[in-house]
Design a protein. Structure first.
Length: 416
């Protein structure tokens, strides 16, 4: 008999888990029942938030296998750091294959892997355990993106022709935890961390509604990267301090700025372009996501900092630092935009609803691990291009085993 309700377990109780928990107030037919985090304090905090928001009778588990073994848990959400992806997925797959418990599906945060080999292995492990798989790329579920695509294709594209250029940017002042800054742990710098959103969101916008992903074929990738801010001694010292002396951007920086141009061919052989910019050195109010879609007689634009709500605090309001107005907030006074419901605006609610409804219907989600593999392939080609300063035809030889110099800890633009 088909299930009408899902019990969810989240692996990792950090920043992104808190986003999913807050988003869950808008998700039907599923409750968050479990959290596993080796850091017990983090696990308890996530459980307390879930209980406070009444999104489930949540409890902590001692291991991933324990969570799989509980018949109340039907699906797992992976929100642990990038460097744990394979061990986490190996444990899930192993527990299911050994019959320790049954699961319907698994979802995984971006990026699916730190390189193509890892991303493909994630897909393989999900298939082996016969799990439905969802790739958590929230931006393709963001209401402005989804609704914008619908309107532009229904009106503009239907009358004047399909869009030919999508521009996407994700920028903020830098990640919140030291491991993101370490190329070897995270898999790269900002290109890996944030361009994964931009390439996928822009590709989604250019894809005709209802068409399969492979209707657009990547032809070539041209990319550039640099470390503009965080290799300066003053800023490198801040990173070293925040990591207890571990992060050394003078010797082992990661890129804090990257851009890419992905050329695609559509069904008729016509070229369409994705242009992305990402940075960890953007100082504005906070996280800024921008998107433009351009066609023969129309255009669309999104800027998450053009919020409907703005507040103003004079210089006499000297409160404590916070992230209560917008993610990665940089200031507390002056005229500040407020993203009133970040879980909705960034797409987390619609993303989680889609994953839950797909799993309940026994269907593979529309955004799945195969998409995560495709995104990783484009990002790795972008690293190849940026490292060599040339345009790389897609798919390049050696893509399957390529590991960026940043991820090997050997990249240093100042050391050239
Ligand atoms: N969709 C988005 O926009 C978005 C935003 C932020 C993070 N993410 C992704 O989510 C993942 C987690 O990022 P975060 O910001 O929450 O990091 P974080 O460091 O804030 O939290 C990660 C948590 O995972 C725990 N952890 C460590 N090893 C673990 C393991 N083996 N099993 C289970 N838990 C483990 C840590 O103790 C920590 O509490 C990353 O892959 C990141 O790329 C996505």
């Amino acid at each position: 008999m088909k299930k009408k309700y899902l019990g969810i377990g989240i692996i990792g109780g950090g920043f992104i888990a808190r986003f999913h928990i807050r988003a869950w107030v808008g998700v039907r037919d599923a409750d968050i029942l479990g959290i596993f985090d080796p850091d017990e304090k983090r696990a308890r905090e996530a459980v307390a938030l879930a209980r406070k928001l009444k999104v489930g009778n949540t409890k902590t588990y001692k291991s991933i296998s324990d969570m799989v073994a509980d018949p109340a848990i039907d699906a797992l959400w992976i929100g642990a750091p990038n460097y744990t992806r394979l061990e986490v997925m190996e444990e899930i797959s192993h527990a299911v294959l050994k019959g320790k418990g049954e699961l319907i599906g698994v979802t995984c945060e971006k990026p699916l892997g730190r390189n193509v080999k890892e991303a493909r292995r994630m897909l393989e492990l999900a298939k082996k355990a016969k799990l439905l798989d969802g790739y958590l790329e929230n931006q393709v579920f963001a209401p402005a993106v989804v609704r914008g695509k619908e309107i532009v294709w229904a009106r503009g594209a239907a009358i004047s022709g399909p869009p030919y250029l999508a521009r996407a940017a994700e920028e903020h002042s830098g990640p919140h935890m030291p491991w993101f800054w370490e190329g070897t742990l995270q898999g790269g710098g900002v290109l890996n961390d944030m361009m994964c959103h931009s390439v996928e969101e822009a590709r989604f916008m250019l894809t005709p509604p209802g068409a399969p992903r492979n209707v657009l074929k990547p032809v070539s990738v041209t990319a550039y990267m640099n470390c503009l801010k965080w290799q300066e001694p003053h800023y490198a010292a801040i990173l070293a301090k925040n990591s207890g002396g571990k992060t050394d951007y003078l010797k082992r920086p990661a890129e804090d700025f990257a851009r890419s141009l992905v050329e695609y061919k559509d069904k008729k052989g016509k070229k369409v372009i994705v242009e992305t910019t990402t940075s960890w050195c953007y100082i504005g109010a906070g996280l800024r996501l921008t998107m433009e879609l351009l066609g023969p007689e129309y255009s669309l634009q999104i800027n998450t900092l053009d919020a409907g709500l703005k507040v103003f605090f004079s210089r006499n309001v000297m409160g404590k630092e916070g992230e209560d107005l917008v993610e990665k907030q940089n200031a507390e006074i002056g005229l500040m935009p407020v993203v009133a419901n970040e879980e909705t605006e960034y797409g987390y609610i619609a993303e989680n609803r889609h994953m839950v409804q797909s799993f309940l219907a026994g269907k593979r989600p529309e955004e799945n691990f195969s998409d995560g593999v495709n995104v990783t392939e484009l990002l790795m080609t972008a690293y190849m291009s940026a490292e060599k300063s040339v345009t790389i035809p897609f798919p390049p030889p050696g893509l399957d085993t390529f590991v960026p110099a940043v991820a090997q800890g050997t990249w240093n633009p100042k050391g050239k």
